[in-house]
Design a protein around this ligand. Structure first.
Ligand code: ZN
Length: 135
């Protein structure tokens, strides 16, 4: 698996209205994109620090995994996303290492990325996303 850098950190928040100004002030930068990902029932807001993004995730439905995460664990760091050269291959490589996958195949994430999650039970509790601009 070829990983080039941490693409983003995902942070679960109850409200982008509260979280965006807080993180803009903390990081001294402006949120440059707000996007709804219907597939995951979330609204996302992005800020950039160097080449790494901060992805704030607000649930748009109680069915959203982000809503369930906040209910169980409160707001906070939800996942870490690594940029790979190709999501399908990265998932296949992870599986070959004995890592349990949540997504067997890439799906659409925010910012036009193709994403796939591996199971936190396989990564010592860290929900890990593999992503790429291509499959
Ligand atoms: Zn993400």
């Amino acid at each position: 698996m070829e990983i080039s850098h941490i693409e983003h950190l995902g942070i679960a928040v109850k409200s982008l209205e509260v979280a965006v100004p807080l993180w803009e002030q903390m990081l001294g930068t402006k949120c440059y994109n707000i996007e709804e990902v219907a597939d995951q029932k979330v609204k996302t807001a992005f800020l950039k620090v160097g080449q790494t993004k901060i992805e704030l995730l607000e649930p748009t439905s109680e069915e959203s995994t982000i809503a369930k995460f906040i209910e169980n664990r409160g707001e906070g760091i939800h996942h870490i996303a690594f940029a790979t050269s190709g999501t399908a291959k990265a998932l296949k490589d992870a599986e070959a290492m004995g890592i349990r996958l949540i997504d067997q195949a890439p799906r659409n994430g925010a910012e036009g990325l193709r994403i796939g999650f591996v199971h936190p039970k396989s990564t010592l509790g860290v929900l890990t996303e593999l992503c790429s601009t291509q499959d």
